[in-house]
Design a protein around this ligand. Sequence first.
Ligand code: FMN
Length: 212
Amino acid sequence: MKRFFIFLYSLTVIIFSSCSQNKAETGDLQSNNHKKETAMKNEEIKTLVVFFSHAGENYSVGNIEVGNTKIVADYISKRTGAAQFEIVCEKDYDMPYMQLIELAKKEAKDGELPAFKGKIDNIEQYDTIFIGGPVWWGTYPQVMFTFFKEYDLSGKVIIPFTTHEGSGLASCVDDVEKAYPKAEVKEGFSLYGHEVRQAESKVNKWLEALGF
Ligand SMILES: Cc1cc2nc3c(=O)[nH]c(=O)nc-3n(C[C@H](O)[C@H](O)[C@H](O)COP(=O)(O)O)c2cc1C
């Protein structure tokens, strides 16, 4: 009888430990599958970052070699693998800050649409498009509106972002929504221009919340 109980006890221990082992293996398998699924999803979603950024003399950060918004665009590409298109104005904006302020004010007042260089080949391939720029006089620089006029992004997911020195998103998200009424425009994200060089983790947190 005693032997029978020892046998029964050993059998129970074996069955229990084998079950918990299976459970751990299943857990590992599930987490690996989840990782694979996330990687596949990121590969499937074709993402582009379209941005304008002005290097040179700038408010609060002095004379900068790389513009504030470009730094954010680079963080986005680094994390998501997104391709980039930089809107570079045909017009030369290389001038002292106060002069640029006046020029930009006039462009906005006149609703000017300055030409930009280059083009995007096959915009159809992208499902999700980040759009970013500095706030100039309460919205994006006029040359970005030229882009909005030239590229139809209907049906795409658009994620706007800005860098600024106090205005936040200003009217940038509203203006993107007006330009693309048939796109899904997500909530915008803004950063102070003088903060961007220390803000990679902040950008990554935002991207993580968006599912990237
Ligand atoms: C012409 C001009 C107009 C600006 N207007 C605003 C504004 O209305 N509100 C604001 O918060 N910042 C304004 N700024 C500051 C920029 O938005 C900020 O410095 C931004 O980070 C610059 O980004 P960038 O280096 O990518 O061009 C202005 C800067 C310039 C040059």
